[in-house]
Ligand binder design. Sequence first.
Ligand SMILES: Nc1ncnc2c1ncn2[C@@H]1O[C@H](COP(=O)(O)OP(=O)(O)OP(=O)(O)O)[C@@H](O)[C@H]1O
Ligand SMILES: [Mg+2]
Length: 54
Amino acid sequence: MPEIPKTLTVATQKGGVGKTFLNTNIAALLASRGLKTLLIDADPESCSTSYPTA
Ligand SMILES: Nc1ncnc2c1ncn2[C@@H]1O[C@H](COP(=O)(O)OP(=O)(O)OP(=O)(O)O)[C@@H](O)[C@H]1O
Ligand SMILES: [Mg+2]
């Protein structure tokens, strides 16, 4: 039986509180542990696309 994909969303209206920091690092962590990971960057400024992860 195929595994059901899980979806995580990081969202809040307040700016500069760590949304991009959190979602990029969660994605990097999951991928580094071998999980197939898709990070969708819905920010018009595309910040997640160029964000340096720890
Ligand atoms: N836990 C944390 N500890 C220290 N610095 C942090 C932490 N989380 C985020 N930062 C820093 O705070 C700043 C803002 O974080 P980030 O860009 O992730 O916020 P954001 O909510 O995505 O902002 P925006 O609303 O502009 O998209 C960045 O410089 C980031 O490196
Ligand atoms: Mg952001």
